[in-house]
Design a protein around this ligand. Structure first.
Ligand code: C5P
Length: 238
């Protein structure tokens, strides 16, 4: 009988992946548990963080998170919480219980919502003696147009309320790094290979461009999920 991995083992085996690959997050934007399992089995350990968003989580529930953890990988829970402070704090507590590495909430939810979310993440993790989830704020969705000043203003307010980082497109990363003094995580979706479809993303960049600009983590979905050969598509990102 194989024993389940401990949280420490799950966070990373000694055989580490390439540094650039460790920063890549696959968005598991699929509709069933079995499709998600297929991509995790196919791409772990080349990909070590998997993003579970609203489509998959609504369809399959927490069992996909358990599966990813058992495999040895980590979870980015991208449910973009936005609600009254009490509801968001309770949702964050649930995410802390699931031991996800990172989760998202909308910065536009405001000061009280963000502060209570941060407090909930810390207290629940402390109570359970687990690592707390990193809280990452969504500035403006990468499918929408926005000025970089608006994105900077949102990012600064989120960080001032205790968030660990922000989500923003590669086109704003350099500007944010230049204008934000504190250390913070920047997660960048809208990653595309040099050639190929943009899908509905308006502010896109290649993986090396985003890393060079200062992104901490890159999120990629359709270029891999819809590829004939996802492993080749993964290689083609660099
Ligand atoms: O398929 P694609 O590579 O465009 O996937 C991008 C992923 O990043 C999607 O799961 C989307 O929900 C997510 N995302 C985004 N823009 C944000 C935050 C998350 O596109 N601001």
């Amino acid at each position: 009988m194989t024993r389940p991995l401990t949280p420490r083992q799950r966070r990373g085996s000694p055989k580490a992946a390439e540094p650039s690959t460790q920063k890549l997050i696959l968005a598991l934007d699929v509709d069933t548990f079995s499709k998600a399992k297929y991509f995790v089995n196919l791409l772990y350990p080349k990909i070590r963080i998997f993003k579970v968003g609203s489509q998959l989580f609504t369809g399959s529930g927490p069992k996909i998170i358990e599966f990813i953890h058992k495999k040895g990988a980590q979870v980015f829970l991208d449910l973009k919480f936005y609600d009254i402070p009490n509801t968001v704090a309770n949702a964050v507590r649930q995410a802390a219980r699931l031991e996800v590495k990172m989760l998202t909430l909308h910065i536009s939810g405001g000061e009280q919502m963000l502060k209570e979310a941060v407090k909930a993440a810390k207290s629940e993790a402390l109570r359970l003696k687990v690592k707390r989830p990193l809280l990452v704020g969504v500035t403006v969705l990468t499918s929408q147009e926005a000025s970089r000043e608006d994105i900077l203003r949102l990012a600064k307010s989120g960080l001032s309320f205790g968030l660990d980082g922000v989500v923003c497109s590669a086109q704003e990363v350099k500007f944010l790094r230049e204008n934000i003094k504190e250390k913070c995580i920047i997660v960048t979706p809208g990653i595309r290979p040099k050639t190929g479809s943009r899908d509905d993303q308006k502010r896109i960049a290649t993986a090396p461009e985003a890393l060079k600009a200062g992104s901490s983590f890159l999120v990629v979905g359709r270029p891999i999920l819809e590829a004939k050969d996802p492993q080749e598509a993964l290689k083609g990102l660099w």
